[in-house]
Design a binder for this molecule. Structure first.
Ligand code: BG6
Length: 295
């Protein structure tokens, strides 16, 4: 691992012996780059993203906690994990992978509308063709708390018109782009194209099976496997997946989103978000994302 100290916030740079690369800003513990050993960039980052710590990074893998969207109106959308400075905890490397662990707790980031003792840990494991990110929420206080968490992954699909998503057939979803965002819909499509503003929460995607989502795009098949667990990684619990593309008009409305960026990205975001989750004291819930490329 090397550390870039030249900018306003530190950047960790990981590289495998085979040549895969990953970059992580301590601000938000945001992964902004995952390049495979074959040189394919799988993560999208807006060229107008603020990288100086003044705003959550637009692109990469921002982390959402303790709320998704803004159910608690006094708190910023998607909570405070993505716009605080995380601490570097440890680093490990072997012949095939490089990994780091970052953390954040209530001594650094909190909010009066959600004032519980907590700890977040984020493990990033880079291999030649795979990036595994494990996001743990730990209750360090004496009382249970309710939370939502999510890895807001921006995939670099390079051309949305040549992209389709496999693995969501027969899943139920809330359509935040529709007139009734609380209605449950059924996705019947074996292969889903993205041709307009899309903002969907697929609910309990792993309840029936453990099928990954495959994003077919000019780069190859980007496989996104999201899962969640309670206390022990073997104790898998249902998790949700967001699919988001702001499309042209909304992209233009965001100052830090390239005007034509919607043509090149698609968010597939594993999360614990369809509802708030209750976490008892001295317990943890983990959210694991495995990103890989099949060419
Ligand atoms: C997605 C949400 O996860 O994030 C969208 O489903 C939201 O509703 C999008 O617009 C981006 O959010 P933000 O706060 O980063 O602009």
């Amino acid at each position: 691992m090397s550390v870039d100290e030249s900018g306003p916030t530190r950047i960790l740079k990981l590289k495998t012996a085979g040549g895969a690369e990953c970059e992580i800003y301590l601000f938000g513990a945001t992964v902004t780059k995952f390049k495979t050993a074959s040189g394919k960039d799988l993560i999208w980052l807006s060229s107008t993203a603020k990288l100086d710590g003044s705003k959550a990074i637009r692109g990469g893998i921002p982390l959402v906690f303790p709320q998704f969207g803004q159910p608690i109106k006094e708190m910023a959308q998607h909570g405070f994990a993505r716009n605080n400075l995380w601490e570097f905890k440890s680093e490990k490397s072997s012949d095939t992978c490089v990994s780091v662990c970052l953390s954040l707790d209530n001594t650094v980031a909190t909010h009066e509308a959600w004032a519980f003792p907590y700890k977040l840990e984020f493990d990033i494991v880079l291999e030649d063709f795979k990036l595994t990110t494990t996001y743990r929420v730990i209750n360090t206080g004496p009382e249970p708390f309710k939370f939502q968490s999510l890895q807001h992954t921006y995939l670099n699909v390079t051309d949305i018109s040549a992209t389709s998503v496999v693995g969501l057939q027969n899943e139920r979803f809330l359509d935040k782009a529709s007139a009734d965002p609380s209605a449950l819909n059924l996705d019947v499509r074996a292969q889903a194209d993205i041709k307009e503003f899309t903002d969907r929460v697929y609910v309990n995607v792993n309840a029936r099976n453990n099928t990954p989502i495959v994003v077919k795009c000019p780069t190859g098949d980007i496989v996104v496997h999201g899962s969640a667990y309670f206390n022990d990684p073997a104790n898998v619990i249902p998790s949700d997946t967001v699919m988001w593309n702001p499309w042209a008009e909304k992209a233009k409305g965001m100052g830090d989103f390239d005007d034509d960026g919607y043509n090149k990205m698609l968010c597939i975001e594993p999360g614990l978000i369809a509802d708030f989750h209750v976490l008892p004291p001295a317990s943890e819930m983990g959210l694991v994302q495995v990103l890989s490329l099949v060419v």
